[in-house]
Design a protein around this ligand. Structure first.
Ligand code: SF4
Length: 326
């Protein structure tokens, strides 16, 4: 493998073909960090409008640290994986407390922040601080697997671990952030999971999978995980223009620590007429959710609260509730 030729061809393609994404302008550590956290498990199309709105509400790390958790969750609404938003706020608090409000530039300090792993540390340090740290995500694993003809499953941690030394070897001292983004851009737009566009690929001449016709076999396809069915009956309990909401506990399997409509059996209430029904996916869980009218038969539990009808959207951040027309 000609590393220099690969770097040259991929970098020049990225310089002319990169997408115009909001976090690529004014790449401060804060802006890069927020974008990288949002982009974990979420598509660019879903993140772009949310990212801009989030930064309008929390333009600086200090403004994020100064905000309450519910406020941050509200502006994360619809992005899913809400622990990311909680960790973002906790990390902002930690930067204020331990680093005088300046995002740290040392690898160990960045890695110590809540919600930041080796990938995100590499992204922030290379893109915002221009330090030559590598990164490996799902895109990079797929690209390396094909480029270097490496056989394995992308989600296998042992296979992923083999990619770090390669990423380390390739990351250049000059413009490491552009190089890392170029790799991810290639994976997102050309070397896609299904039917990679090898005819349009700027590094096809360096690619083992292309040469051997293995691009559809590498990485080895994942074994499909069977969705776990989950059924909920949620209750719409309304009194004097207020609706009863219930904060799901830390122990819940799904939507933990988030406000929702109470589930039957979690408050003393009688389920009544069916209002609507929907299906919704959370990670590998396939939810079927019924929304029924409900009538309290005893005082609500301490983790419930009455909220004015017009304010409940401020509490219900999961898109599940939108699907139910709440
Ligand atoms: Fe991916 Fe095809 Fe390019 Fe190889 S030639 S890196 S398989 S898009």
């Amino acid at each position: 493998m000609n590393d220099a030729g690969l770097r040259r061809d991929l970098s020049s393609w990225y310089a002319r073909a990169k997408r115009d994404l909001p976090w690529r302008k004014n790449s401060t550590p804060y802006r890069v960090w927020v974008s990288e956290i949002m982009l974990q498990q979420t598509t660019v199309a879903a993140v772009t409008p949310k990212y801009e709105a989030f930064l309008r509400r929390f333009p600086t790390l200090a403004s994020l640290a100064a905000s309450g958790e519910d406020e941050v969750l509200k502006h994360w609404a619809g992005l899913g994986y809400y622990s990311r938003a909680r960790n973002l706020r906790r990390a902002a608090l930690s930067v204020v407390a331990d680093h005088g409000g300046e995002f740290p530039s040392g690898f160990d300090d960045v890695l110590a922040l809540p919600g930041i792993g080796r990938y995100t540390a590499g992204a922030v340090l290379s893109i915002a601080f221009r330090k030559p740290f590598p990164l490996v995500d799902g895109n990079v694993i797929r690209v390396f697997s094909r480029l270097f003809g490496l056989k394995g499953r992308a989600k296998d941690p042992a296979f992923a671990a083999k990619m770090w030394p390669i990423a380390e070897r390739l990351v250049p001292k000059a413009n490491p952030g552009d190089w890392n983004q170029a790799l991810m851009e290639l994976g997102a737009t050309i070397c896609t999971p299904d039917s990679p566009s090898c005819g349009a690929c700027p590094v096809a001449k360096h690619c083992v999978a292309f040469e051997k016709g293995l691009q559809d076999k590498l990485p080895v396809p994942e074994i499909a995980r069977k969705p776990v069915p989950v059924k909920w009956t949620c209750l719409w309990i309304e009194k004097d223009g207020k609706v009863l909401l219930w904060r799901r506990s830390e122990k819940e399997r799904l939507l933990k620590n988030l406000w929702g409509l109470p589930e039957a059996g979690r408050v003393d209430a009688k389920p009544g007429l069916l209002i609507t029904k929907t299906s919704h996916s959370i990670t590998h869980h396939a939810l079927t959710v019924e929304l029924r009218e409900g009538e309290l038969t005893a005082a609500p539990p301490s983790e419930a609260k009455w909220v004015a009808r017009r304010e409940i959207r401020d509490y219900l951040v999961s898109s599940l509730w939108l699907k139910l027309g709440v």
